[in-house]
Design a protein around this ligand. Structure first.
Ligand SMILES: *Cc1c(COP(=O)(O)O)cnc(C)c1O
Length: 222
C-alpha cells in the first residue's frame, strides 16, 4: 500500500476532533514529502539530530512534534521551532525547556508524559507523582512552557481490554488535572494516545491526538 492510500484510509477512520500526527522517524524525506503533498502538516520524530536535518530540508510550514525521550542537553537544538514536545517526563527536563524557551523568546508547548503501561521500560511520571507536582505548584515558575495536555503509551500487548484500561486511566487523570488545576501555564486540551497498533482503542477511550507511523509509511529503516 502507498503512503497515499494509507493516509487516506487512516484519516477516514478518525473522528473530526482527533488530530493525526504522522510519525516519520527513520522514514525518508521523499515519503514525508508525499504525505505533505496530500495535505499532512503534523509530523513527529523521536531523535533530535534526525529532526534537525529533516526540518531544514522540508517545507517551513510543517508542524514538528518531538515524541521520543528527550535529553536535556538536546533541548537547545529544537527550542526555536518545535511545535509540541510530547514526552516531558521530569521536572528537570521541563526546567530546561523553560530555560531554552526564554532564550529564544518562545513559550514552548509541552505534554507531560505519564507512565500507564505495565512495562517498566516506558518513561513518564507516575500519576500520583504528576498530581503532587501540579498540586505543589512545582511548575508554576516555568513561564516559557505551556503544558497543553498529557501523553501516554499503553503496554505492547494483544490484550485489548488491558490497553483500553490503561488509556481510560490516563483519560481520567487528564480530566482530573483539567478540573482541579488552575495554573497560568497549564491548559489541558490535548490527550496524546494511540499509535498504529492501538489508535482505535485510544480514540474510544478519550484520545484526541494519535501518533501513527508504520501504518502510514510502512516499516522503518533500521
Ligand atoms: C514510533 C512512535 C510512534 C509510532 O509508532 P507506530 O507503531 O509506527 O505507529 C508513536 N509514538 C511514539 C512515542 C513513538 O516513538
Amino acid at each position: 500500500m502507498s503512503v497515499l492510500e494509507n493516509l487516506a484510509r487512516i484519516k477516514a477512520q478518525l473522528p473530526k476532533h482527533v488530530k493525526l500526527v504522522a510519525i516519520s522517524k527513520r522514514q525518508s524525506v521523499d515519503k514525508i514529502q508525499e504525505a505533505y503533498s496530500l495535505g499532512q502538516r503534523d509530523f513527529g520524530e523521536n531523535m533530535v539530530q534526525e529532526l534537525d536535518i529533516k526540518q531544514k530540508e522540508l517545507p517551513g510550514d510543517i508542524r514538528w512534534h518531538m515524541v521520543g525521550h528527550l535529553q536535556r542537553n538536546k533541548v537547545k537544538y529544537l527550542a526555536e521551532y518545535i511545535h509540541l514536545i510530547h514526552g516531558v517526563d521530569s521536572q528537570r527536563l521541563l526546567k530546561e525547556i523553560n530555560k531554552q524557551g526564554k532564550k529564544v523568546n518562545r513559550v514552548i508547548p509541552c505534554l507531560l508524559q505519564v507512565h500507564i503501561a505495565a512495562e517498566s521500560t516506558k518513561f513518564g511520571f507516575a500519576p500520583e507523582e504528576l498530581m503532587d507536582h501540579l498540586g505543589n505548584g512545582d511548575f508554576l515558575e516555568f513561564e516559557h512552557v505551556n503544558i497543553q495536555g498529557l501523553m501516554g503509551m499503553a503496554t505492547n500487548t494483544e490484550n485489548e481490554s488491558q490497553v483500553a484500561g490503561e488509556f481510560k486511566s490516563l483519560h481520567r487523570l487528564f480530566e482530573k488535572v483539567k478540573n482541579q488545576i488552575d495554573q497560568a501555564n497549564v491548559h489541558m486540551e490535548i490527550l496524546s494516545m494511540g499509535m498504529s497498533s492501538d489508535f482505535e482503542i485510544a480514540i474510544e477511550n478519550g484520545s484526541n491526538l494519535v501518533r501513527v507511523g508504520s501504518s502510514i509509511f510502512g516499516d522503518r529503516k533500521i
